[in-house]
Design a binder for this molecule. Structure first.
Ligand code: ADP
Ligand code: MG
Length: 239
């Protein structure tokens, strides 16, 4: 589903945020990306929908190279749930945010409305449909942001720190939601217990480089490896 080959990227101020990053993620796989602050995780995610383009190296998604000419098609494949839900919710009514994407793609209004209702009910947001997103709680905003992405049924779902603002009950609800989704998934998170519960495989990044990858339980129970990359064992293994 995703092949990145020797990708490097610099910000305009010269910061080398990605340094020769390669990774392969298979269709239907759920992959986690972990690493200390500033490791380059968000920069990498922003390459998956063409928001950034590599300065060297290549990324392809579902067999198509991420480049200017392909951006529109690529974005139909990739649903990105931003780190901050406020970046995803921009209308004055939750329901309008959820139907915005499909309407923009020219889907029929009545089909979209039915889909949106089904989705909002399943996420426990139906009663809130007429509220301005700015009046929702952080947890509600988080699920609302997911709704705006899930309605598009993206084959690749990309999530940046999805649990950062969730209480334990909503965090559990998100674990269940993510585990029922059939798409290919990539999650960046500092919540290694969330990664443990939702990912088949984990990649570690440090200082713009991909430093390790492997089966989730193997990687996340390797204290030495985690500490060498500025990380700690998941809470459940800390005794
Ligand atoms: N707009 C920017 N301009 C310059 N440097 C940036 C910018 N955004 C991020 N960086 C730098 O790029 C590196 C990777 O950042 P980022 O991808 O946000 O890391 P992570 O998501 O792993 O915390 C960091 O050193 C960060 O300071
Ligand atoms: Mg980040």
């Amino acid at each position: 589903m995703i092949i990145a080959k020797e990708v490097s990227f610099f910000y305009p101020d010269g910061t080398k945020a990605l340094d020769n990053v390669s990774l392969t993620i298979h269709t239907s796989e759920s992959a986690g990306i972990v690493g200390a602050n500033g490791a380059g995780k968000s920069t990498l995610l922003n390459h998956l929908n063409g928001y950034f383009l590599p300065h060297s190296g290549k990324i392809s998604i579902a067999g198509m190279e991420v480049k200017k000419q392909n951006i529109e098609t690529i974005r139909q494949q990739v649903g990105l749930v931003f780190q901050n839900p406020d970046d995803q919710l921009f209308t004055a009514r939750l329901f309008d945010d959820v139907v915005f994407g499909p309407l923009n793609q020219g889907m029929k209004r009545e089909c979209i409305d039915a889909e949106a209702e089904k989705l909002l009910r399943s996420l426990g947001l139906w009663e809130l449909r007429d509220k301005p997103p700015s009046h929702l709680s952080q947890g509600q905003k988080r699920f609302a942001a997911f709704a705006t992405v899930l309605i598009m049924k993206p084959p690749l779902l990309v999530m940046d720190e999805p649990t950062s603002d969730l209480d334990p009950r909503n965090r559990r609800k998100l674990i269940n939601l993510v585990n029922t989704l059939q798409s290919t998934k990539i999650t960046v998170s500092h919540d290694l217990d969330f990664i443990w519960d939702t990912c088949d495989r984990v990649f570690i990044m440090a200082e713009g480089k991909m430093t390790a990858h492997g089966a989730t339980k193997e990687i996340l129970s390797n204290r030495e490896l985690l500490e060498a990359n500025g990380l700690e064992l998941p809470l459940r293994l800390q005794g």
